[in-house]
Write a protein that binds this ligand. Structure first.
Ligand code: AMP
Length: 108
């Protein structure tokens, strides 16, 4: 999607502090962190929000959830972390490209 900031990050058109990338996911640090460690996991496929996911996205969603612990450990959170998926305007979502926030390490 041409006007999506996260699609531009995936494409390398906007710089990011990358955590991980594979054929269908991308992870990078949040520019306005809420905790000492705060990154997001996103699908490369443009899906606007959790509300827009279809049954065909089940495997991708499961993969993103399983990635949280692997990447949290990699980024220095071996003992636990918070996850957050803001969904829709009423859910506080600001960027309409599905993302899972992964946060921990104490407040700033
Ligand atoms: P949400 O409210 O769940 O939609 O959160 C979107 C998040 O994206 C916010 O925490 C923003 O700080 C973050 N964000 C927006 N633009 C960028 C960017 N260019 N690089 C990294 N994080 C971003």
């Amino acid at each position: 999607m041409t006007d999506c900031v996260f699609c531009k990050i995936i494409a390398g058109q906007i710089p990011s502090k990358k955590v991980y990338e594979d054929e269908d996911t991308f992870a990078f640090y949040d520019i306005r962190p809420h905790m000492k460690v705060h990154f997001m996991i996103i699908p490369k496929k443009h899906i606007s929000s959790l509300m827009d996911c279809q049954s065909e996205d089940q495997q991708l969603l499961g993969k993103m959830m399983l990635m949280t612990s692997k990447l949290a450990k990699q980024e220095g959170l071996p003992d636990g972390y918070k996850t957050l998926v803001n969904t829709g305007l009423a859910g506080g979502q600001e960027v309409f490209h599905l993302h899972v926030h992964v946060m921990g390490g104490g407040s700033l």
